[in-house]
Ligand binder design. Structure first.
Ligand code: ADP
Length: 474
C-alpha cells in the first residue's frame, strides 16, 4: 500500500481528534440536558404534590379539594396539579379518587401494588401507557382522621421526550457537518504548516555537489522549520568542507605523484639519449630504485591515512609503557642520528603506562623522531622525554633544528603540507607523516601540540591519558 502523504496524515489525525471531541461534547450535552429536564420535572412535581396536600381534606373513603375557585392563581394551580392525580388508601389499596385524564388511561394499581408503593422508598414512578408516558410523584399523606393515603401527582413526559429527540436530531445533523468542516480546515491548516517544508525540500533537491556553497532560505523566525533549515545548512557546510578537503587531497596526490614520476621519466630519457657504460646504467637504476622506494612509501602512507579516515583501522587496547617504547626507539634511531652527527638523547621518567596500541604509538614516536633528525642540521641535538602528569602521559620530542615558521605552524598537520624549506627535494617526505601522527594520537584520546622558535628549535608534545591504576586492558 502506498504510504499516506504527511498532509493527508495530519488532516486525518486532526479530523479524527475533532470528531472524537464532537462526539464527546454531543454525548455530554445530551446527557446533561436529559438530566436537567428530569430534575426540573421532579422539582415541579414535588412542588405540585406539596401544594395539593394543602387543599385536600380526607373523610373516610372520601377526599375532597377545598380551595377558592374565584382566586385565579389558586384555581390555576389546583387545575394543573390535579390533571394527573390519584389517591389510594394506603392500607387497603382501594382507590379513593382519580382525575379524569388518568381514568382515560388503561392502567390501575392492584391493592398489592399500592401497598408495595407505600412500603417502597421510590418517590417517583414512571408509567408507560399506550396514549402517554407519565412520571408520578408518590407521597404518603397521614390525614387527621388517622388514616394514610397514597397521593400520586403526575405529569406527561411528552415535552421532555420531544425536547430530547429534537436535541438529538440537531446533534446528529451537526456531527457530520462538524466532521466535514474539520476535514476541510485540517487540510487547509496542514497545507499551510507544510508549505515552508515543501519549499525547504524543493530548495534542498536543487542542491548538488557543485552547488554546496548555496544555503537553504530561512524565514528568520527561529521556529522548528528554521531550525531544520539551519541543521541542513550546517550539514551542507560540513559537506562542502569535506568535499573541498577531498578535492584538495586528490589534487595533492596527483601533484605528489607527478613530481617523482617526472624525475623517473627524465632520468630514463637522459639515460637513453646515448649509449652508456654498464656502470652508468647501474647508477640510473639505483637512483630510480630509491625514487620507487619513496613512491611506494608515500602510497603506503596515503593508503594508511585513507583507511584511518574511513574508520577501517582498529587499534589494540593494551597496557603500553611509553618510557620503554621511547627508550628502545631512540636506541634504534641512534645510528641514523649519528650519521648526521646529531646527539640523540632519551629522558625517560620511570614507568609511564597508557592504554593503546604499541605498534601505532611506535609510529608516532618514529615519525616525530624522523622529522626531528631530518630538520636538524648537523651537530644538533634531539631529545625525547616521557613523564607522567596528573592523569596524563606526556611525550616530548625536542630538536635544535630549523624550526617552523609562524605561517606554517597551523598547517603542518594537514595532509600533504610541507613547510617552505622542505618543498625542495633535499628533504624526503610527502607531508603525510604528521597527519597520521595526529590521527593516532586522537584515536588514543590524546592531543598533540607544537611549539617552535624558527631557526632554533621545535618541540612536539603528545599528551595521552594515563592508564587508570589497576585497570585491565580490554
Ligand atoms: P614530511 O613527511 O614531509 O616530513 P610531515 O607531515 O611529517 O611531512 O611534516 C609536515 C611539515 O611539518 C614538514 O614538511 C616540515 O615543514 C614541518 N615539520 C615537521 N616536523 C618538523 C620539525 N621537527 N622541525 C621543523 N619542521 C618540521
Amino acid at each position: 500500500m502506498k504510504p499516506l502523504k504527511l498532509r493527508t496524515k495530519l488532516t486525518l489525525f486532526y479530523a479524527a481528534s475533532i470528531t472524537l471531541l464532537l462526539f464527546v461534547a454531543g454525548a455530554l450535552f445530551y446527557n446533561l440536558l436529559s438530566y436537567q429536564l428530569d430534575r426540573d420535572l421532579r422539582d415541579e412535581l414535588q412542588e405540585r404534590t406539596a401544594g395539593l396536600r394543602g387543599y385536600l381534606r380526607f373523610e373516610g373513603n372520601q377526599a375532597t379539594l377545598v380551595y377558592d375557585p374565584t382566586d385565579p392563581e389558586e384555581a390555576f394551580f389546583v387545575d394543573t396539579a390535579t390533571r394527573y392525580y390519584q389517591i389510594y388508601d394506603a392500607v387497603s389499596g382501594a382507590m379513593i379518587v382519580r382525575s379524569q385524564q388518568l381514568q382515560g388511561l388503561n392502567f390501575q394499581y392492584t391493592p398489592d401494588e399500592v401497598r408495595d408503593l407505600v412500603r417502597g422508598s421510590a418517590s417517583f414512578t414512571g408509567i408507560e401507557t399506550d396514549q402517554v408516558d407519565l412520571l408520578l410523584h408518590n407521597d404518603l399523606v397521614r390525614a387527621p382522621n388517622g388514616r394514610s393515603y397514597l397521593l400520586q401527582v403526575g405529569t406527561p413526559l411528552t415535552l421532555r421526550k420531544n425536547a430530547l429527540s429534537r436535541s438529538l436530531r440537531i446533534i446528529l445533523w451537526l456531527l457530520p457537518s462538524g466532521i466535514l468542516l474539520a476535514i476541510l480546515s485540517g487540510w487547509w491548516i496542514a497545507g499551510r504548516v507544510l508549505r515552508p517544508l515543501e519549499s525547504l525540500s524543493a530548495a534542498a533537491q536543487q542542491m548538488s555537489i557543485s552547488q554546496l556553497h548555496k544555503r537553504l532560505p530561512l524565514t528568520g523566525t527561529g521556529d522548528e522549520l528554521d531550525q531544520l533549515g539551519n541543521t541542513f545548512n550546517d550539514m551542507f557546510g560540513r559537506l562542502e568542507k569535506a568535499v573541498g578537503q577531498m578535492k584538495d587531497f586528490t589534487a595533492s596526490i596527483s601533484h605528489e605523484l607527478r613530481t617523482p614520476l617526472t624525475v623517473l621519466r627524465g632520468e630514463a630519457e637522459v639515460a637513453l639519449v646515448r649509449a652508456r657504460t654498464e656502470e652508468d646504467y647501474r647508477r640510473v637504476l639505483e637512483s630510480q630504485l630509491e625514487e620507487f622506494g619513496k613512491l611506494s612509501q608515500m602510497i603506503d602512507h596515503m593508503l594508511t591515512l585513507a583507511r584511518a579516515e574511513a574508520g577501517q583501522i582498529k587499534l589494540a587496547r593494551d597496557h603500553v609503557n611509553l618510557s620503554d617504547l621511547a627508550q628502545s626507539l631512540v636506541e634504534q634511531m641512534e645510528t641514523v642520528a649519528a650519521s648526521k652527527t646529531i646527539t640523540l638523547a632519551a629522558k625517560p621518567d620511570g614507568e609511564v603506562i597508557v592504554i593503546g596500541d604499541s605498534g601505532w604509538l611506535e609510529r608516532v614516536i618514529l615519525n616525530l623522531l624522523d622529522n626531528a633528525i631530518k630538520f636538524t642540521p648537523e651537530g644538533g641535538r634531539v631529545e625525547v622525554s616521557v613523564r607522567s602528569l596528573p592523569g596524563e602521559a606526556v611525550l616530548e620530542v625536542r630538536d635544535s633544528g630549523i624550526g617552523i615558521s609562524t605561517q606554517a605552524l597551523p598547517h603542518i598537520f594537514e595532509p600533504f603540507y610541507r613547510g617552505d624549506p622542505c618543498r625542495s627535494r633535499e628533504f624526503d617526505g610527502a607531508g603525510l607523516g604528521l597527519s597520521l601522527v595526529e590521527w593516532i594520537v586522537k584515536e588514543h584520546q590524546g592531543r598533540i601540540s607544537v611549539e617552535s622558535q624558527p631557526e632554533h628549535e621545535s618541540v612536539f608534545r603528545v599528551a595521552i591519558p594515563l592508564a587508570p591504576a589497576n585497570t585491565q586492558p580490554i
